[in-house]
Design a protein around this ligand. Structure first.
Ligand SMILES: [Zn+2]
Length: 184
């Protein structure tokens, strides 16, 4: 009998009022349960967009366009080439439980479903879009949370400018590591 194991990672959205002039939105990712990610992940992965507006699709495309690993190998593609690992990106269903979540990644060995809260597509939160999407794709690829603040896989997401170039590089290199680990 085959058991299908799915791992869910929640991304929570929290509004924190600071004493400064502005409201700071902190995207707070709930801590994962330390579960293992997919133990096999053939690259590149096919990405399908579900239920997004044309504008939102553009946002995803621009966030992932040219997203290659350190060796310049393509990680994601959007066309109809046959795939061994499929990632769907759609919107999180709104319910009282999900209004505070910015994203959710659910994955198994052959696929990953990324659901994003509508709010990360909005003008006010656009600076969070890339880190949130990348973080969830990190989960899709089997990455777990990094305990170091400032890393893409840290459990609290910050606006894109907060991340140093080397943190982004380390994140991309993790894809390399996974490729080395799982083979291609
Ligand atoms: Zn997470």
């Amino acid at each position: 009998m085959q058991r299908r194991s799915e791992t869910m990672q929640l991304l929570e959205l929290r509004v924190v009022k600071l004493k400064s002039l502005t409201f700071l939105i902190v995207l707070f990712l709930s801590v994962g349960c330390g579960k293992k990610g997919p133990d096999q992940l053939p690259w590149p992965a096919q990405v399908k967009l579900i239920g997004l507006s044309a504008e939102q699709e553009k946002t995803v495309f621009s966030s992932l366009s040219g997203f290659t690993n350190n060796s310049g190998k393509e990680l994601f593609y959007f066309d109809d080439r046959p795939s061994q690992f499929q990632i769907t990106i759609g919107k999180l269903k709104v319910s009282p439980e999900t209004t505070s979540k910015a994203g959710l990644a659910t994955y198994n060995r052959v696929s990953c479903k990324v659901e994003l809260n509508e709010v990360v597509f909005s003008e006010d939160y656009k600076d969070y879009f890339d880190p949130v999407l990348w973080h969830e794709l990190g989960h899709c690829s089997g990455m777990e949370h990094d305990p170091k603040e400032g890393e893409i896989m840290y459990h609290i997401a910050s606006p894109k400018d907060f991340y140093k170039t080397d943190a982004v590089t380390r994140f991309v290199n993790s894809f390399d590591g996974l490729i080395a680990l799982f083979g291609k």
